[in-house]
Ligand binder design. Sequence first.
Ligand SMILES: [Mg+2]
Length: 362
Amino acid sequence: MAITTEVKVDLFRLPLPEPIEASAAGVMSAFDMVAARVTDSDGVMGMGYTVCHAGQGGSIAALIDGPFREILMGEDPDLIEGLWRRMYKACHYAGRGGPVSFALAAVDVALWDMKGRRLSQPLWRLMGGAQQMVKAYAGNIDLNFPVEKLVAGGLASVEMGFHSVKMRFGRPTLREDLARADAMRDALPDEIEMMADANEAWRVDEAMRAMRDLQRFDLVWLEEPISPDNFEGYRHLRAYGGVPLAAGENLHTLAEFATLIGVGGVDHPEPDLTTCGGYTPFLKVAKLAEANGLPVMSHGAHDLHIHCLAASPNASYLEWHMFGLDKFMANPLTVHDGYATAPDRPGHGVDFDWEQLGAYRV
Ligand SMILES: [Mg+2]
């Protein structure tokens, strides 16, 4: 049996290719990436990472470097569920979400990657293997872009091979949001699907008005119309109907997903493994969704999410959005004819160029 002999943590602050805006977060010009590299006594190394807004990565890195390292060292890295539970419990008093979930994510992904590399298997096969190809959608259309740039971005995504394109809502008036959606719908070919993300822009009453007027776009979903904490509001909006609802990127625990799904508040659960504790809880959310007759999709980090979606029979969509991290990867994922294909390399198969990343170390 191999034991963990090294836990290495790195914090990078990476500038975005250009500033982007979402209703909840405002304008973002850089983000923090925390990477964990775990090595065992056989020399097998696994890597995991998480991302967050600039300035918040330090607390995540400190959790991995401190209490998580203490738990991992000298232990069998293959016992992922057991280690995950110990890390979660060790920090639950100041945790149950927040930076603890992000730190858990980086370590959990590293442990899964090690397992895959040790067994020479790609993760999507180890996790159950449902289908190697997953429908992908382009999620990089922004609230601060003038309408011409917004439409050009949508068309560029179609050119890249996407059949599904998402835009953001949350301009000062609903009229403006609708005009932007009209421009996008007019420009995109009829067969291209549209989704929209309001990033918590509205109250329940405002969301109801929006949902009434959005029906003409036949959106695949409307994402986060209201605050992620308002579970009762989601239940109310879903019962109001007319537009399917998506949410999950701001839920950081399995319990929060159980609550949202339990109240009947969502059509498209959208966990993000980098914010909810890694592959281990993502797979539980996916199965919870399946048991409730719902699909599961992902948010961000498409290079990591391709595996847990390819392992889920109820996978619907892979969001294509990772803040330009692709350029630091040896084999970035590609999309063809609307689909991404999970790689056959061992583990998650993501290899960063550490030397290039080193220029951004904090
Ligand atoms: Mg979103």
